[in-house]
Design a binder for this molecule. Structure first.
Ligand code: ARG
Length: 598
């Protein structure tokens, strides 16, 4: 798709360059404005630096900017601002060029890197729950956005498939249904609960479970085969959830913690040889680097929860090998960093994991930096997120106080969507109703998650998330369906330019609502870039929501199919077509479907 695309320079970039030239290269600090199209705020700091009177300098600069077929007016305003209006022709040419391009004229990044995104990462044999949705949905949106910018994206589903709890689970299976029996999630997660309860209550069982762990670790054939079947059953279950949610994760993206087992001894040996890890009470530990000690200066291994160091390292050490010789979560993550940087050539590592693991990642990154496994030019970020809250404003739990299953969240969102879809279309065939309710419900679930600032908590409210009028996916889907309906009625079926534009369009005088919509359409690439840089998908949500409402104003004020003048009609159809594609593309980057009808 890249090869066939011709990037279109955003008008903001064109204007910025012209104003900068008139300012001797100083930054114009250009912003969109509601007084003109753009406002340059850079004259004030320039006047200060040059000890000039700002209003006079603004007038001087304004006079230096050539008025041509792009810049229609540049006026000094207020204490030293510049107000700039672009010509209708320039805007229309820009929009027509975007409409003619497969990427909507959005240029790919000039120097793309390799980003590894660690997301979803649920645990084997357990059902996915409310805690997995944010990682899965946000990670998936970032994977899509970064790929669109031209970045090479490697998705990593770091499945929790290793650890002592599998001894317990396999032993429970061996003593109940047998190891050859049918294995399925969610049924397995009940077995898991039973095993845990028995482990805590029955010391003999606990001992047999421990022996099972040893059997698993030493490669006992029967035990390993049982573990493999557990993993396979879980992967099938995850694949079903991902397919239902429409996330990109595939089986090939899943590398369980066990994948790194063969590398762990080397990780420990290298850290110890470099003096980064030291033996402590039989374990092998990495103590926080200088300046990160707790206030008492203590380095005790049980100082967990101690005061955070300057970089959130805390005072407790990172345990890379436990006292019993087993390797844990930290060693695995260190091996994974090495693998991702050396093996995959990553230039950026992203981890979509619960905020409670902040210190774990701070310590893993710090250790990997000291070991030289994470060179300075490679960035590593733990992208933490807030908690999903229940109607009572507390972390979301079931009535009985249990964790809410991810499947229940999906079902509730789809049920709420069914009400809205059925109300709008009382005569829909049952299969069609079901299909649309899924598109609406799942879109709503994702948008509710993505549109909130990533680090904030939010309340799970199915009725609100499918509202046709709020800041919801449903509102976007509705706007999109309306755009598509106009295009169908006008007989515009193709995805690219509308006949008659730009040749005729170039001479059309635009209405304010058309200009507002057009200028927003020109900003799509900037909105995508902002997400790629900040890893904050809510910025794209805000953009799409603004686009849908600009469209709605345009729709109220500018008749499309009834426009008398052919060139006006073509221009408006162009705006509809480009709005529909921009909205659909933006929603796709969020993993949200844009159905033809709602
Ligand atoms: N399986 C872990 C959990 O459920 C999350 C793993 C996150 N990724 C990682 N590389 N540590 O808490």
């Amino acid at each position: 798709a890249h090869a066939a695309s011709t990037p279109v320079e955003p008008l903001a970039v064109v204007v910025e360059r012209r104003v900068a030239a008139a300012m001797g290269g100083a930054s114009p600090l250009l912003r969109r404005s509601n007084r003109a199209d753009f406002q340059a705020n850079g004259v004030l700091p320039l006047a200060k630096a040059e000890r000039r009177q700002p209003a006079a300098l603004a007038a001087e600069i304004a006079a230096r900017i050539p008025v041509d077929d792009v810049v229609l007016v540049c006026r000094p305003s207020g204490p030293g601002f510049l107000n700039i209006t672009v010509s209708d022709g320039a805007l229309l040419r820009n929009l027509a060029a975007r409409a003619a391009d497969a990427r909507l004229g959005v240029a790919p990044k000039s120097a793309p890197g390799v980003t590894v995104i660690d997301y979803s990462s649920p645990n084997i044999a357990k059902e996915m729950h409310v805690g997995h949705i944010r990682s899965t949905v946000i990670g998936d949106a970032l994977a899509r956005v970064l790929a669109f910018t031209g970045e090479t994206v490697v998705r990593r589903n770091h499945l929790g498939d290793w650890g002592t709890s599998f001894g317990m689970l396999i032993q429970q299976l061996a003593e109940t249904t047998g190891l050859a029996g049918d294995m399925q999630v969610p049924e397995l997660s009940d077995v898991y609960q039973q095993a845990r309860a028995r482990f805590d209550a029955d010391p003999d069982f606990a001992e047999r479970a421990r022996l099972r762990v040893v059997a698993l670790q030493s490669g006992d054939t029967e035990t390993v085969a049982a573990w493999q079947r557990l993993v396979a059953a879980s992967r099938r279950y995850f694949a079903r959830v991902y397919a239902e949610l429409g996330v990109l994760l595939e089986d090939a993206d899943a590398l369980g913690e066990s994948h790194y087992n063969p590398m762990l001894a080397q990780v420990c040996a290298d850290l110890e040889r470099a003096g980064i890890a030291v033996p402590s009470d039989g374990a092998l530990c990495v103590f926080p680097s200088d300046g990160a000690d707790g206030p008492d200066g203590s380095h005790g291994p049980d100082g967990a929860g101690g005061a955070a160091g300057p970089e959130g390292l805390g005072s407790a050490p990172l345990i890379v090998r436990k006292g019993d010789g087993g390797y844990g979560y930290a060693a695995t993550d260190l091996a994974a960093v090495r693998d991702r940087v050396d093996g995959l050539g990553a230039t950026r590592l992203l981890y979509l994991v619960d905020a409670r693991q902040a210190r774990h990642f701070a310590q893993v990154f710090d250790t990997a930096r000291r070991a030289g496994w994470l060179p300075p030019e490679v960035t590593a970020s733990h992208l933490a997120f807030g908690t999903i809250l229940g109607p009572d404003g507390r972390p979301f739990k079931t009535r009985s106080g249990d964790t809410v299953r991810l499947q229940d969240l999906i079902d509730q969102a789809v049920a709420a969507a069914r009400t809205v879809v059925a109300e709008k279309n009382p005569d829909l065939a049952p299969e069609e109703l079901e299909a649309r309710s899924r598109q609406v419900g799942i879109g709503a679930l994702k948008y509710a998650d993505l549109s909130n600032n990533r680090v904030k908590d939010y309340v799970f409210d199915p009725a609100r998330m499918v509202s046709l009028t709020g800041d919801t996916a449903t509102y976007l889907q509705y706007a999109h369906a309306r755009m598509r309906s106009v295009l169908r009625k006008a007989g515009v079926t193709g995805v690219t330019a509308v006949a008659g534009v730009p040749a005729a369009g170039a001479s059309v005088a635009l209405e304010p609502a058309e200009r507002a919509l057009g200028l927003l359409l020109d900003e799509f690439g900037a909105a995508v870039d902002a997400v790629a840089e900040s890893c904050e998908p809510h910025r794209l949500c805000s953009y799409l929501s603004a686009l849908a409402s600009a469209f709605s104003t345009f729709w109220e004020q500018c008749p499309v199919l009834k426009a008398e003048d052919g060139a006006v009609r073509d221009t408006r159809l162009l705006l509809c077509a480009l709005s529909a594609r921009t909205l659909a593309q933006g929603m796709d980057l969020l993993g949200i479907e844009a159905p033809e009808r709602l």
